[in-house]
Design a protein around this ligand. Sequence first.
Ligand SMILES: Nc1ncnc2c1ncn2[C@@H]1O[C@H](COP(=O)(O)OP(=O)(O)OP(=O)(O)O)[C@@H](O)[C@H]1O
Ligand SMILES: [Mg+2]
Length: 274
Amino acid sequence: MARELVLMDRIAKSYGRVRALDGVTFRVFPNEIVGLLGDNGAGKSTLIKILSGAVRPTSGDISIRGEKVDIRSTRDAIRNGIETIYQDSALVPQLSITRNLFLGREPIRGPRFLNRMDHEAMETVARDLLRRVGITKNIPPSTPIGSLSGGERQAVAIARAMHFHSDLIILDEPTNNLGVAETQGVLRFVRNARDTGHSCIFIAHNIHHVFQVVDRIVVMRQGRVVADDIDPRTTTVEKVEEVITGMSDHELRAAIERPGAVDPVPALAGHEGA
Ligand SMILES: Nc1ncnc2c1ncn2[C@@H]1O[C@H](COP(=O)(O)OP(=O)(O)OP(=O)(O)O)[C@@H](O)[C@H]1O
Ligand SMILES: [Mg+2]
């Protein structure tokens, strides 16, 4: 089996008495698009926040390319090639598109100690990036982020991940509140990510979107991974929905007593009598 890009091993996270994550093992391989699904509160965001340095796990280990890492901040995550895009991503509304693209990584012009940013170089790159992420409207890169639509902001965050060659791009509900065209843009980006050598973790409540772009689906339920190898090409949206909601023992028994009433899903196949 190919060496994984990311291995999150037996990750647990508690908030007081709430066990948000209960021993989750999660892998992402190079050039792989993973769909992370689960009902509200399943633990998806908590898991990826741990990977992106926003949340510290209670226990468990993270390895990147086989090396154990300690991710304590977004900066640590970025240094390890991990970029996360949230619906209202880590963009600064008051700053321009260009400044947001380079935030903290601005090219310097002239002697280093003068710390003068190379605005011309940044604008050129920004223009090119906006085109590549599908913003065809002529929006000047000097426009403040605050005056862009949700989808356009999303595109800027995606452009940033592309430009800095992140190995892993995490998208948590990136299509929430987006228009049809903008949503298609995000989906296209995820699909292209594989071809340009990136891996992706894609979280979305719209299973149809997930089916359109991912190589493998992982399902979480109540802080645990209940299925980690679902191939969207060989299963149906309905079956995955069943894995997400989970059948109670009672429902399962009812299904067995009335064969054909409910189709037991692969993740539950180990259940006695199934
Ligand atoms: N900062 C926090 N303090 C206390 N509890 C939290 C905190 N963050 C998350 N939780 C709890 O942890 C559990 C998992 O939450 P998480 O946000 O990871 O779920 P999710 O799968 O992303 O859900 P959704 O699909 O609704 O975004 C929930 O029960 C949630 O209430
Ligand atoms: Mg979430």
